[in-house]
Design a protein around this ligand. Sequence first.
Ligand code: DAH
Length: 339
Amino acid sequence: MKEQLEKIKEEALKQIAASDALEKLNDIRVSYLGKKGQLTSLLKGMKDVSPEERPKVGQMVNDARALIEGRLEEAKTALAQKAREEQLRKEVIDVTLPAKRQEEGHRHPNTIALEEVERIFIGMGYEVVEGPEVEYDEYNFEKLNIPKGHPARDEQDTFYINDSILLRSQTSPVQVRTMEQGKLPIRMIAPGRVFRSDEVDATHSPSFHQIEGLVIDKGITFADLKGTLEEFAKEMFGTETKVKFRPHHFPFTEPSAEVDVSCFKCGGKGCRFCKGSGWIEILGCGMVHPHVLEMCNIDPDEYSGFAFGVGLERIALLKYEIDDMRLLYENDIRFLKQF
Ligand code: DAH
């Protein structure tokens, strides 16, 4: 029995010394010290040992067990340490490597232009309001004096959800919504996205942005409209800017006009930018049609007002001298960073 014990012990220590992985140590523990392990089975043979010898043999088995356990523990610590060293060696941090760059975003030219327009009008006491992009036909057309069958609808063909709901083709419906709320006087601008069934090219997109303006009060005249837009143009494009009102037609204003600004590139002499004319068209405007006021429950004998609509992309393209609208929608950071 003693010999057997010696043999088991030696064998176990040899195996421990030779093992190079934690799992192997575990296997060794099971095969020697486990419930069915060699040392445990040896103990079962104790009944054949004479009673005098038993304590001694028992002591020897326990010593062997303690020894094997101790060695297993040592080997385990050594292996763990080795693994850690290995890991540290593999994961060296090179502090001289350049740090990962934090790419900062950039405000879009549309946003910069919009904030500029908002700043100017807020400075004149206007409020900034918003309206829904999915709009009723009634607000987008009917209450703006564009009944079914009116030719103005052809110019603003858009995307229909059903017969009475569409993607708004202009921000003008926000005028109707604001007037219907019944709070007077009104001095507001309404920026937002609009939609039309246009093909994409350098100057068109099925989705773009407008900024609507509306002023309703007692005694508002065309002179107020002219003064306001002149002030806006000078602030937006420079104090030298001249403004020209050309008669035009919009169903919801009477009289109506389109506004040109003197080319800020050539000062009005004529260049590639203004296509030789010296003028650049920037917006549509007019005095709110009495019928529109009536449809929005405002008495045209008591109140009058003006309205205007600016294309935001147009302003951004002009201000930053961008010659293709598509660049505004591609969101290439190299492009955006220039503004
Ligand atoms: N909604 C017009 C358009 O999209 C622009 C416009 C013209 C708005 C005249 C106005 C206005 O408020 O008075 O073509």
